[in-house]
Write a protein that binds this ligand. Sequence first.
Ligand code: BTN
Length: 277
Amino acid sequence: MPAPANPASPLTAPAIINAFTSHGLELPAPTVFDTIASTNDEALVQASAGAPEWTVVVADRQSAGRGRLSRSWETPAGRGLLFSVILRPDPVWSAASLGWIPLIAGLATSRACGAHDVACRLKWPNDVVIDAAAYDGSPGPRKLAGILAERRSEAVVVGIGINVSHAQAELPIPAATSLALEGSGCDRAQLLAQCLQVWGELWNRFRLGGGDADSSGIRSEYLAESLTIGRRVRVDLGGGAPLVGEAVDIDHEGRLIVDGPFGLRTVSAGDVTHLRH
Ligand code: BTN
C-alpha cells in the first residue's frame, strides 16, 4: 500500500490554541514540543509541580514514548497525535472510580476519531480499534490508538497516541492502522480539541455522578462500544498461564470478567487477544 499523500498537519502552540478556541475549550495553556522523550513523563513532572487539571502536553515526536505493559510507543515525526493530560480526580473517590479513568479516555478517543468517518470500537481496556483483519490478513482488530494512564499522588496523567497519517510501513505491526489508512484525513490540532471536548463532557458527567460509572451512564456507553465483550479471548497476565474464555462483562471498577473452565475470573490488567473460536 503506498504512503498516504496527506502532509503532516501543524501541531504548533498557535494551531492548538486556535483549535481549543474554535471548540469553546477554556483550558490551561498547552505545552508543545517538537521532540520530547515522553509526554507522559513531562506531564508527570508538571503534575508534581501542581499543574491544574486539563493541563495538556503535546509532542510532534517522542524519543522514548511508552506504552502499556512496559512496551515502547514509536511514531515517526509528524504522523501521530501524541499527548498527555493531567486529571485531578476527587481525592475521596474509590479504586472503582479510578479504574474507569483510562476507559473513559478510550471512549472519548474512540468518539473523536469516529467523528472522522471511521468505525471505531474499544478493545479492553482502552485500545481504540477498527473491527477488520490486519494488513497481512491475520486476525484483527486493527489498533488505531492506545492509552497509558499513570498515577502521581493525587493526579492521574493520561497519555494518548493516535495514529493519524502513517503509511502501513510506518506502523509497528500489520494489526495497527492509522486514520489515513482507514480513508480519513484530519488536522491533528483539531483532532486534539475534539478529543478534549468529548472527554471533558464525559468527565463532567462522571464527576457529577460521584465517580460512579453506572449512575453516570458511562459503563453502559462503554459496553455499547466494546468489541471485546461477547468474544472468546486470551488474556496474558504477564506471567503464568494465560486465561482463555469468553469476555462477559466489565465490572463497576472497569475490570474485565472472563468466563472460562476456571469459572468467572476478574482481570484488572492484562493483554487481551480476541480469538476466532
Ligand atoms: C498502549 O500501549 O497502547 C499505550 C500507548 C500510549 C502512547 C502515548 S503517546 C503519548 C503518551 N506518552 C507516552 O510516552 N505514552 C503515551
